[in-house]
Design a protein around this ligand. Structure first.
Ligand code: FES
Length: 115
């Protein structure tokens, strides 16, 4: 799932959030959380926006992505190996389906989490 950005898709990748209506487009040179915020939707919790708080942590269910630096306190190597990442540090390389799994329930601006 992880990889380097080699060619920027200018038309963007479609990002779907499991269990949430909507979705948004994300360019390969912008992070998933920033694209969601720019779309005006509240499909993911928003925290520090800089890879430090873990509120925006997601699991990638489908799709490929590149990952920027993430705090190991928020995403362990094992987590990352199973597809977890911080959406403020994920850059899509294809269309993606993600599910929120923040470290702190109720944190950020997202009102609810799946069980
Ligand atoms: S918003 Fe804080 S780690 Fe992404």
């Amino acid at each position: 799932m992880y990889g380097e950005v080699k060619e920027i898709r200018r038309d963007g990748c479609r990002i779907e959030v499991l269990g949430r209506k909507g979705g948004f487009t994300c360019r390969e040179d912008e992070n998933v959380l920033a694209a969601m915020i720019a779309s005006g939707q509240s499909l993911l919790p928003v925290g520090c926006r800089s890879g430090g708080c873990g509120v925006c942590r997601v699991k990638v269910l489908a799709g490929r992505f590149a990952a920027g630096p993430m705090s190991r306190a928020m995403v362990t190597a094992a987590d990352q190996g199973s597809g977890a990442g911080l959406s403020c540090r994920l850059y899509p390389l294809s269309d993606m389906t993600i599910v929120p799994m923040p470290l702190r329930r109720g944190a950020g601006s997202w009102p609810g989490l799946p069980a």
